[in-house]
Design a protein around this ligand. Structure first.
Ligand code: 0GY
Length: 305
């Protein structure tokens, strides 16, 4: 089935540069997606956007080009609760990809077991209103309690202004909880202002809560680097990400977010995104925790014992 992309949709960057920053051996891209291809894995009827195709083969080629060893493929909302494209990518990766699914309360035990066998290790709850319809919290809590015995975790995606209202729900979740993109702070506000302090407080008071320090390209107001390349890319995001990495070094993850859904102004060069990492994780030890030790503990624990 042919799908028409959402008008203005930006395709992913076809020829990313080779990063100058050399990733540590075994680095994991812990947040990326596959889109379709639509003729093989149709997009969901309830989707809020129709993306370009972004296949598993293209994802794996990017992984190798950038120097990552593994991927965590996160279910994107354009596929709803139909996890076939994500599971297919995990299965085809030869053990180099694990997945995060979206499920409904109707998911069966057998389906959960099948996903686990194919590499799924978490579910994603999305609270970003432009991306999903509302799901009652009792349904989400029921799902969380059903996936907990598998050793899975919950990934949450929300915007910073919604944290006060969502706090009680997030802090009651019975599993490890991973926040996408630092809870989307408004980086034009102070890094020590009340909004970001609330996020830091949540991580400080709840040691089951982790954060992805990803998506500078999505959060930045200052934008990509000047063409002379002298200025750090997305420099306004650096203090936010760096603060989380330095305060909670054992509970942070990083991912490219390829193929970068819903960007309106520019599409990042994924090589430059990798070059952002040493600005937020400034020592080899912090880089190893962020890129290797933490994602391995969460997604491949059997290899870290
Ligand atoms: C991201 C961010 C976005 C989209 C999705 O599943 C999705 O559709 O996550 C967004 O639009 O902010 O993490 O990919």
């Amino acid at each position: 089935m042919a799908f028409e992309k959402t008008p203005g949709w930006l395709d992913w960057y076809a020829n990313p540069s080779k990063p100058r920053f050399q990733l540590p051996a075994g680095a994991v891209d812990a947040h990326c997606h596959v889109f379709g291809p639509g003729d093989q894995f149709p997009f969901a009827a309830e989707r809020k956007y129709t993306p370009c195709d972004a296949s598993k083969a293209q994802l794996f080629a990017l992984r190798d080009h950038l120097g990552f060893a593994r991927n965590v493929v996160v279910q994107a909302t354009c596929h709803g609760a139909d996890n076939r494209a994500m599971v297919d990518a995990c299965r085809a990766s030869g053990g180099k990809a694990r997945g995060v699914a979206t499920v409904k309360r109707t998911v069966t035990e057998h389906e959960l077991q099948g996903m686990h066998a194919n590499g799924v290790r978490g579910v994603r709850f999305n609270f970003v209103k432009r991306l999903v319809d509302f799901t009652p919290k009792d349904e989400l809590m029921e799902i969380a309690s059903r996936i907990a015995p598998f050793g899975w975790h919950v990934v949450i995606y929300f915007e910073a202004v919604d944290l006060p209202e969502l706090w009680d729900f997030f802090t009651a979740l019975p599993t490890t909880v991973v926040v996408d993109h630092m809870g989307r702070p408004d980086v034009s506000k102070p890094v020590d202002g009340p909004e970001f302090e609330l996020f830091i407080k949540m991580m400080r008071e709840h040691d089951n809560i982790w954060s992805k320090v990803s998506c500078p390209e999505r959060l930045s107001v200052s934008g990509p680097p000047a063409l002379d390349g002298e200025q750090a890319a997305y420099r306004d995001v650096v203090p936010f990400a760096r603060r989380i990495v330095e305060t909670f070094p054992d509970r942070v993850l990083w991912g490219t977010d390829w193929p970068h859904p819903n960007l309106k102004n520019h599409m990042p060069d994924d090589g430059l995104l990798v070059d952002f990492i040493p600005h937020i994780a400034t020592t080899p030890e912090l880089q190893r925790k962020l890129l290797v030790d933490n994602p391995m503990r969460l997604y491949w624990p059997e290899e870290t014992r």
